[in-house]
Design a protein. Sequence first.
Length: 235
Amino acid sequence: MADDMKVSVGDMLLTLTGTVSDARRRLAELENQKLKQELERLATTVGGLNQQLAALTEAFVQLQAEPEPEPDPDWPGVSPNWTDDIDQDQARELWDWLTGWCQNILWPIYAQDVWKPCWYRHRRVRIALTALRGAHQWSYETTKTAPTRALEWEYRWWPSTKALLKEELRDCGLPRDDLKKPNHPVPLPPQPTQAEPNPPAPSFTIKDFVDPDFFPYVERNISRRREPERDGADD
């Protein structure tokens, strides 16, 4: 009887030992599996970070390779002053920059009711229009994301410049009851007569953008400026 009990206890101990060993093995397998999954997750994360780092590095290299944009020129640009010491090439570019905008945008859209063909003869008008043109470029051309700039141009800068045009050009134009001798007269259209039923039209009218002396005046203005510095000039 005692021998049978010893055998039974021994069998139980063997079985228990096997069970514990199996449990340890299973636990080790589970831990290894979790560790493997965790390592795989970390490897995926690290791989993604490596890709992001590579993309950032490439973008940084490209930024270093790209040249920095040149700053906007002082003229023509924001508001060059016609009294500045600019050379002949700069003066010609300034005239083109200003008159092209005035003729194509300011005059036909905004200013016909206050415009006079002699506007270019008035230095104060040129200075104001140049500043207005610079403000328009800053408001409409330089950026497309700041509508308040355009509103400021429409309701602040243009109305104030319009008032200046009226003031500066009030003594120019057609003879009127209160303007017997205008500073820069615009010729009156000849009236038909019996001898000349179809008289020739005047050389320009009050509705023209400039009078016939515009181009000679511009050339005289440019010629009075200093000569531009030329690279590679002979010693």
